[in-house]
Write a protein that binds this ligand. Structure first.
Ligand code: CTP
Ligand code: CA
Length: 224
């Protein structure tokens, strides 16, 4: 399926969406981050808005922009900030989509002053970040539809299914890396949607079209 979502098919629905990377500070001028561009998340926000939904987009640092009046962007930097905003808006959301590339770890302590170069090696102690999708998924209310994203290099179906279960998600959008042109830094993506007892494979497409496919798929699942 590659139909564009019908305009207004998600009218009166509230979507809470995370997008982009998170930056975890080391000191005032350095951070740990990743290559997520936020493109997929912003394309999804636009597709949801075009389908008539009200969108809250909790976004990590990115160059992406959106002008759609139905999209409220809440900019954040760290995973902790992203979690705080998601928590605050989760109750009223009908659909929750976790498209952010949240840093799994953050520095245990953040230096107040710039770390000076000294020894030949430097060890940073990292601690786990809050798992936003898992925490929200495990406490979601009846009727709330939750969607995660995953990018795996090995055992992709098995790993994605495990995440579906532990994070209590209704579906996972699996990004396939094997295909040239898919994933970070590209304008195209090849996805597989994984549900409890169904797998749906899509062709390689521009990210905007992938976003439309995902929104169409979700609107069919929530029977609107
Ligand atoms: N996720 C999240 N908060 C985190 C880590 C991940 O909300 N701290 C969400 C992502 O936005 C994505 C899903 O969980 O929707 C899966 O992310 P992924 O990085 O693939 O899974 P992890 O549980 O972090 O496992 P790992 O990185 O070890 O594969
Ligand atoms: Ca991770």
């Amino acid at each position: 399926t590659s139909a564009l979502p019908t305009p207004a098919s998600l009218k009166n629905k509230k979507v809470l969406l995370t997008a982009g990377p998170t930056y975890e500070p080391i000191d005032p001028v350095r951070f740990i981050g990743n290559h997520s561009t936020g493109k997929m998340g912003y394309a999804l926000a636009e597709a949801f808005a075009r389908a008539g939904a009200e969108v809250i987009l909790v976004s990590g640092p990115t160059n992406q922009k959106t002008e759609h009046p139905a999209i409220q962007v809440i900019p954040v930097t760290t995973a902790d900030q992203m979690y705080a905003q998601v928590k605050q808006h989760a109750d009223t959301a009908n659909i929750l989509v976790f498209a952010a590339a949240v840093a799994d770890y953050k520095p245990k302590t953040v230096s107040e002053i710039k770390v000076k170069k000294s020894d030949e090696t430097l060890t940073l102690e990292l601690v786990k970040n809050v798992d936003i999708a898992k925490t929200i998924g495990q406490t979601k209310k009846a009727g709330q539809f939750t969607v995660g994203f995953a990018l795996e290099t090995d055992n992709e179906l098995e790993n994605a299914r495990a995440k579906l279960q532990t994070k209590n998600l209704d579906m996972i959008v699996l990004n396939s890396l094997q295909d040239a042109g898919a994933g970070f830094k590209h304008d195209t993506n090849k996805i597989t949607i994984i549900e409890k007892d169904k797998i749906t494979i899509f062709d390689l497409k521009p990210k905007t079209q992938v976003a439309a496919d995902i929104v169409t798929f979700i609107s069919e699942r929530i029977h609107v």
